[in-house]
Design a protein around this ligand. Structure first.
Ligand SMILES: Cc1cc2nc3c(=O)[nH]c(=O)nc-3n(C[C@H](O)[C@H](O)[C@H](O)COP(=O)(O)OP(=O)(O)OC[C@H]3O[C@@H](n4cnc5c(N)ncnc54)[C@H](O)[C@@H]3O)c2cc1C
Ligand SMILES: NC(=O)c1ccc[n+]([C@@H]2O[C@H](COP(=O)([O-])OP(=O)(O)OC[C@H]3O[C@@H](n4cnc5c(N)ncnc54)[C@H](O)[C@@H]3O)[C@@H](O)[C@H]2O)c1
Length: 446
């Protein structure tokens, strides 16, 4: 007999969701983490970044009507207070109250039914690996001789720098660039691709790039970071732009160049659990190559989001304990929380073209056609819906005010296979942003 039904390594979004899912099934659960529960999302990811973005947004709005002086120390301290506040919902006492046993320690898989934490062996019918990921540090010249920021230490800054180089125009780089710029930091954003957020709908990412530039961000696209140096409180980054070398300077430098899965020293090789440098390999139920051992979240990928970790946790626990024989259909969705937000589900237009050639329909409406956006002075943006020839949504991207919330309705239709034209017969309040969806559906082919 095993002591627990499930032992989980890592108490971030993946581990916490796994634990709650298993508890809801009446299972005996032990959750282990090196630190306090919460993982990246709480301590160095979603929560602090969204707190900083909100504070920056309020200041940006206030600056339209008054001369505002930003107290950098107060801003950074407020971000940390909000982290602590959000953490309360997943604090050890809360987990224990829910029936989860929490152990703080460094865990390693021992065999198919046990893990080791310090000198203790814990047995469980199922094991879940939810060890997450960490910032990828580039192997550029000089990197080991300089102090640099990543998402892991940037929210611990005591004060705002005067200026900052952000390397990487993915979601982390772009969200933080705009927030710091709005707080009065002069930001220089360096991106290797020819535009920011290169995986997103091209035209919408370009509009967002225009907004960043209007707000004063200095953008260096098609620019590869090559070398970094530090002297007298100044960091110098050498970039290669179309074979021309440039040197840019700032007080601080932040790297946001993607993630590396935490797969080392957790016993994968000893048990023959298969993995690549992108993460642990799993089947459609999130079971690894070794039976009874599952893996969820950033350590698996490919979508590195808290809600995807939560989805995988559900998939894994249903398979582990409810003998589910069909995986839950997966419709990944996400949002980059800039202003305006850029939200997405399914394919971009280019992806649809690759798969369906010209056999699909695209519907677009600009925010400037929406009364609510006009009166709110939030007319930047556009919604784009892509439907297959049968009228079902295969992709949607929205750049604009409240895009993330608007995506929910489309996500529901996409997930439950409701033809897009059906939306036009539904009533949406006036004047609301949600009318953009009914406007789009008016044009949809039945
Ligand atoms: C700046 C930033 C902003 C983000 N914003 C968003 C957002 O707005 N929305 C969104 O959905 N996602 C966002 N993300 C992504 C999100 O944070 C991750 O997808 C999510 O945290 C992954 O959860 P996880 O449980 O897989 O891993 P993690 O949260 O990294 O948790 C892994 C845990 O495992 C523990 N651990 C590792 N090894 C061991 C071991 N051997 N023994 C014991 N414990 C161990 C770690 O201490 C950690 O607590 C953001 C990320 C960053 C960096
Ligand atoms: N709102 C959200 O949900 C949210 C927010 C932040 C992060 N995240 C998650 O975190 C993950 C990681 O985000 P990220 O922004 O670190 O990674 P990313 O891989 O999305 O972006 C990294 C960027 O750095 C660029 N780059 C790489 N090497 C470079 C170099 N030498 N010089 C210049 N540019 C270079 C790449 O071209 C790329 O655009 C995301 O995939 C996402 O899943 C989610």
């Amino acid at each position: 007999m095993f002591t627990y039904d499930v032992a989980i390594i890592g108490a971030g979004a993946g581990g916490l969701n796994t634990a709650m899912e298993a508890i809801s099934m009446g299972k005996k659960v032990v959750l282990v983490d090196k630190y306090k529960p919460g993982g990246e999302c709480t301590w160095a990811g979603c929560i602090p970044s969204k707190a900083l973005i909100q504070l920056a947004d309020e200041i940006h709005a206030a600056k339209k009507y008054a001369n505002i002086e930003v107290d950098g120390k107060q801003i950074m301290s407020k971000v940390r207070q909000l982290i602590e506040k959000a953490h309360q919902a997943e604090a050890v006492e809360q987990l224990q109250a829910a029936g989860i046993e929490y152990i703080q320690g460094d865990a390693k898989i021992n065999d198919q039914h046990s893990i080791r934490v310090a000198h203790e062996t814990i047995t469980a019918e199922k094991i879940v690996i939810a060890t997450g990921s960490r910032a990828l540090i580039p192997s550029i010249k000089g990197i080991n001789q300089v102090n640099y920021l990543t998402n892991e230490n940037v929210f611990q800054l005591e004060d705002l720098p005067n200026n900052l180089i952000v390397v990487g125009g993915g979601p982390i780089g772009v969200e933080l660039t705009q927030a710091f710029q709005r707080l009065g930091v002069q930001v220089k954003l360096v991106e290797m691709a020819d535009r920011i957020l290169f995986r997103e709908e091209k035209g919408l990412a370009q509009q967002l790039q225009g907004t960043l530039e209007e707000e004063g961000v200095q953008l260096y696209t098609s620019a590869k970071a090559l070398e970094v140096k530090q002297a007298n409180c100044t960091t110098t980054l050498t970039i290669d732009r179309n074979d021309v070398l440039e040197h840019i300077e700032a007080e601080q430098i932040l790297f946001a160049l993607g993630r590396k899965p935490n797969i080392k020293k957790i016993g994968l090789d000893d048990l023959g659990i298969r993995y690549t440098n992108k993460g642990i390999e799993v089947n459609e139920y999130n079971e690894t190559s070794v039976r009874n051992i599952y893996a969820v979240g950033d350590v698996v990928g490919p979508y590195l989001f808290s809600h995807m970790a939560g989805f995988q946790a559900k998939q894994a626990m249903r398979h582990a304990f409810l003998e589910m024989h069909t995986p839950i259909e997966q419709h990944p969705a996400w949002c980059t929380f800039t202003h305006p937000e850029l939200a997405r589900t399914g394919m971009t237009e280019n992806e649809a073209r690759e798969k369906f050639q010209d056999k699909f329909n695209v519907y677009t409406v600009s925010y400037s056609e929406l009364d609510r956006a006009v009166v709110d002075q939030k007319t930047t943006g556009e919604a784009k819906i892509i439907c297959d020839q049968d009228g079902f949504i295969i992709g949607a991207s929205i750049l604009g005010e409240r895009a993330c919330e608007l995506l929910g309705e489309l996500q529901l239709m996409k997930t439950f296979h409701i033809p897009f034209h059906k939306l036009k017969d539904t009533i949406h309040p006036y004047p609301s942003y949600s009318e953009i969806l009914t406007q789009l559906s008016n044009a949809a082919v039945e």
